[in-house]
Design a protein around this ligand. Structure first.
Ligand SMILES: NC(=O)c1ccc[n+]([C@@H]2O[C@H](COP(=O)([O-])OP(=O)(O)OC[C@H]3O[C@@H](n4cnc5c(N)ncnc54)[C@H](O)[C@@H]3O)[C@@H](O)[C@H]2O)c1
Length: 398
């Protein structure tokens, strides 16, 4: 495989996701959204007549207008669906409403759905595209750092299932593998992103850096430590996004449907997520920074991932797969982005372990963890000792 493609200026770059007939490119850089009409035409030809643009209402209107006019200039009829992005909206209800809108607009098999928003919009709209008429083409236009570096690439689409009062959401419990035909990560959209959301994206970048050596970018961790605090509109951040997309592209090219066991498989992307999804799904958890400050409101996905990375590190140190020094290095990198060090409001440890067993990645109630090994590597561990898992949860309890 090629070394990671990187940008030397803030101009656009392109990463190819190699999946045979389902291959596509992810374009990264300022202004790439303006090319969406041409990209759709190149990919789908003249039989594509209509587009549904699914928009996060928090994204400044000028970006939706830009995407719409580019699609119209390419001769497409465009309709819009504007949604409020939250984990509660990544629901059966919103999924059904999108399918109804697609059917009402009479989109056909060669028409296209475009997702313009963060991971919530991308996952929800992607699942609607995967299901409507058993699958129509879709384009991912991610507008958060997290969705640029992770959620928009790789074809996982999903909604959450609500288990009712007191039990909370089970994350991504219904979904499909459905690759986009293109990804357009316009870095100008990051201008309006709240700093807290930007930091959430850094949690996924740190996760990628922790598996970089497994996917041919061993210097990513060191580079991330040196450059990731650069301003959002800098060449360094375009490079950061491009290198992270390249990692994701390699993982997906090697194991599109997460079927490979052990080293090199897509499962390594779940580093921190078994703990993280459980924390995120349990009602009442809140992030607490290393300095003791509690972050307001619900815990965010990237914050839960950061806590999950810390818990996975604690388990890895206890089980001897990573050194204490490596744990300290990653924890201080997470601290440098004001990502939470602990969670308040967690139920008793057994309830968190139960929720982890509920994770859809586990078989027959068994537990599977991804543990960091140091030096940008990680490994899959089936049925780790329960006490190590309990201690790891307690290590992040406020
Ligand atoms: N499919 C995958 O492979 C994959 C991978 C990682 C995460 N995910 C999913 O992605 C979701 C998290 O993604 P996210 O962090 O992007 O969350 P998100 O979509 O909820 O966006 C975070 C917040 O930023 C706002 N926002 C989005 N773009 C903005 C912009 N340009 N300016 C101002 N505000 C903006 C949103 O309205 C929201 O309030 C989770 O549901 C997670 O499960 C999926």
């Amino acid at each position: 495989m090629q070394p990671p493609s990187t940008t030397s200026s803030a101009g656009p770059s392109s990463v190819r996701v190699e999946l045979g007939p389902r291959s596509y490119s992810a374009e990264v850089g300022p202004g790439v959204l303006a090319a969406i009409g041409g990209r759709v035409r190149d990919s789908l030809g003249n039989r594509c007549r209509k587009a549904l643009l699914v928009i996060d209402q928090a994204v400044p209107g000028k970006f939706a207008d830009l995407a719409e006019s580019s699609l119209r200039e390419s001769g497409l009829e465009v309709a819009r669906a504007t949604l409020h992005a939250s984990e509660h909206e990544k629901s059966l209800h919103s999924f059904g409403a999108l399918l109804q809108q697609l059917a009402g607009l009479r989109l056909e098999r060669r028409d296209v759905l475009v997702a313009l928003g963060g991971g919530v919009i991308g996952d929800l709209a992607g699942f609607a595209a995967a299901s409507y008429r058993r699958g129509i083409p879709f384009v991912q236009c991610p507008t958060t750092l997290l969705s640029m570096v992770d959620a928009s690439v790789g074809g996982k689409t999903a909604i959450n299932i609500d288990l009712g009062p007191g039990s909370g959401l089970v994350k991504n419990m219904a979904g499909a593998f459905h690759q986009p035909i293109a990804v357009l990560a316009d870095t100008l959209t990051l201008e309006s992103l709240e700093p807290r959301q930007y930091r959430c994206g850094m949690a996924e970048c740190i996760k990628h850096a922790m598996i970089g050596a497994d996917f041919q970018d061993p210097s990513l961790l060191d580079w991330t430590r040196r450059h990731a605090s650069s301003p959002a509109q800098s060449a360094e951040i375009s490079e950061l996004i491009t290198r992270n997309v390249a990692i994701k592209a390699r993982v997906v090219a090697g194991d599109e449907r997460e079927e490979r066991e052990g080293a090199g498989g897509r499962a390594l992307l779940n580093l921190g997520h078994t703990f993280g999804h459980a924390i995120e799904a349990l009602p009442g958890a809140q992030g607490v920074l290393a300095g003791g400050q509690t972050l307001p409101g619900e815990i965010q996905h990237g914050e839960a991932v950061a806590l999950g990375l810390r818990a996975a590190l604690a388990a890895a140190v206890r089980l001897g797969s990573a050194s204490q020094e490596y744990g300290a290095l990653i924890n201080s990198l997470l601290d440098s982005f004001s990502l939470p060090a602990r969670a308040s409001g967690l139920p008793e440890t057994g309830a968190v372990v139960d929720r982890m067993r509920h994770d859809k990645k586990n078989l027959a109630g068994s537990l599977r963890l991804i543990l960091p090994c140091g030096q940008g590597r990680a490994t899959v561990v089936e049925n780790p000792p329960e006490q190590a898992v309990r201690d790891a949860i307690d290590s992040i309890r406020a």
